[in-house]
Write a protein that binds this ligand. Structure first.
Ligand code: C5P
Length: 238
């Protein structure tokens, strides 16, 4: 699929970037999403491909509450009217909800992309947008390559090998018709936020809507640990 296949379509896509996590698994020091990879802050790398995409008209970035009043100056590079900041919540889902509430009402397609994925490509952004434009929610994903083991509840003894056939690793961007995402979040709030969702498709699936998988690259990795930063540096140096 060409990254420009949506070029003639209207600017009707809003993007939410939840960037309000503490990133504790990456170790002490600067917030993970502000740390640089080959000299460029991870959050900036995550936003740029959306800021330059022909269908995207608005990007809402959820920042940790303490950064909201004085955001990093390098965010100004992508400001240009398209970007606005919101105060993140205590959980990822709350941060996304703040972003969703802030989007211009005319936006009909909403993408959500983790600040911790700095190597998203414009091809997969376009593929997700195209699927959503056809009416179905879509998740960038990679078929599982490893063998999966489940450990006993407390400890490291294997209790089960989970057949990997048909299993995919959900990445971001994840895209939704806005009305679908709003209904899913309304249902989540109505149930008292009890579902512990680590991605947005989980809420949309729980609300009974279909969600498609869109094949993505493994290089669109989520930078979580200190080791992931080593891999990210190597990828950035390519
Ligand atoms: O913690 P996890 O790795 O699932 O975080 C995924 C994304 O959600 C990260 O980009 C993180 O900054 C964001 N997040 C957020 N608000 C929170 C927790 C996580 O925006 N309260």
């Amino acid at each position: 699929m060409s990254p420009n296949s949506s070029a003639a379509s209207p600017l009707d896509v809003g993007v939410i970037v939840p960037a309000a996590g503490r990133g504790e698994r990456a170790g002490a020091g600067e917030l993970k999403q502000f740390r640089t990879i080959a000299g460029i802050p991870m959050l900036l790398r995550a936003i740029r491909p959306f800021a330059s995409h022909p269908r995207v008209c608005e990007i809402a970035v959820a920042l940790p509450a303490e950064c909201f009043e004085s955001p990093p100056s390098w965010l100004a590079e992508v400001a240009g009217g398209r970007l606005h900041l919101v105060r993140g919540g205590l959980t990822r889902a709350e941060s996304v909800l703040e972003g969703l509430r802030s989007l211009t009402p005319t936006i009909e397609v909403v993408l959500i992309h983790d600040a911790a994925r700095p190597f998203v490509t414009s091809d997969v952004i376009t593929a997700v947008i195209d699927r959503v434009t056809s009416g179905v929610s879509a998740v960038a994903a990679v078929p599982l390559g490893d063998t999966l083991k489940r450990a006993e509840a407390h400890g490291t003894r294997i209790s089960e090998t989970v057949p990997r056939r048909g299993l995919w690793r959900a990445q971001t961007p994840q895209g939704f018709p806005r009305t679908v995402l709003e209904q899913a979040y309304r249902a989540w709030l109505a149930k008292g936020n009890r579902l512990d969702a680590t991605d947005d498709a989980t809420l949309v699936e729980a609300a009974g809507f279909p969600v498609d998988l869109v094949p993505d690259r493994t290089t669109n990795l989520k930078v979580t640990t200190a080791d992931d930063f080593l891999v990210a540096e190597a990828l950035a140096a390519r």
